[in-house]
Design a protein around this ligand. Structure first.
Ligand SMILES: C[S@@+](CC[C@H](N)C(=O)[O-])C[C@H]1O[C@@H](n2cnc3c(N)ncnc32)[C@H](O)[C@@H]1O
Length: 222
């Protein structure tokens, strides 16, 4: 009975819309909202998607950048949906992969995004620490392979590790925000860090010590 009710709640409007629109997951609407608000993607751009399975973010990004663009996705598990030829998927652990392998011939990516989530333990502190480790690694990768003036989007469980990550984002991107998209489940503590305008030289040396340009308050949705 409890399980049935849980499943019913999971299958909300975003879930049904994703089914109707042939997206692999309802999380596509989180990315769509962030893209709409921050104007992240354009035709012809290159996008790196960390934690890309089952693939709705890649489906969305592939359509936004078009066939002149390129999408590279990485996940621990293989992706099993059909994707257009300008999408390449890699299987590997983000914590272990050689960053050079992610490039796939690209000089840099205009957008590096991560929807990675740790296997949750139910212990909030542990889950937050693991989430921060994945997001920190995603930021390391974005600083290594992101284009100058490029953008970064990454999921993070609120709590341990949030402030230091936001501080790093502020040091390395001209604008740093936290967003909680409407498609986020009410029970979830996740937010998305959004960095735009990757600073020249960011990631090559120690982070520059500059005053924070943006508020740390999560943006409220209308
Ligand atoms: C919420 S799902 C991503 C959903 C995806 N954005 C979409 O729209 O289809 C999170 C993914 O992160 C992946 N992941 C978690 N830890 C990872 C790691 N260390 N390396 C690579 N992928 C990881 C999981 O395997 C899972 O597929």
């Amino acid at each position: 009975m409890g399980k049935l009710r849980d499943r019913k709640n999971r299958h909300d409007d975003f879930y049904r819309r994703a089914k109707r629109e042939s997206y692999a997951a309802r999380s596509v609407y989180k990315l769509e909202e962030i893209d709409r608000r921050f104007k992240l993607m354009k035709a012809g751009q290159r996008v790196l998607d960390l934690g890309c399975r089952p693939g709705s973010w890649m489906q969305y990004a592939a359509a936004r950048v078009g066939p002149r663009g390129m999408v590279v996705g990485l996940d621990r598990e293989p992706v099993d949906i059909a994707l257009p030829p300008h999408v390449t998927t890699l299987v590997g652990d983000v914590l272990e992969i050689d960053v050079a392998e992610l490039r796939q011939g690209c000089s840099c990516f205009q957008l590096v995004m991560s929807d990675m989530a740790p296997d949750t333990t139910g212990v909030a502190f542990t889950d937050q620490v693991r989430s921060a480790e994945l997001t920190g690694r995603a930021l390391d990768i974005a600083l290594a392979v992101g284009c100058p003036n490029g953008a970064f989007v990454a999921k993070l469980l609120m709590g341990e590790g949030f402030e230091p990550l936001l501080a790093r984002l502020r040091e390395t991107y001209a604008s740093a925000k936290t967003v909680r998209p409407q498609a986020t489940r009410k029970s979830s503590t996740e937010v998305y860090l959004v960095g735009t305008g990757k600073k020249a030289g960011a990631g090559k040396a120690e982070p520059e010590a500059e005053p924070a340009p943006a508020s740390s308050e999560p943006e409220q949705n209308a």
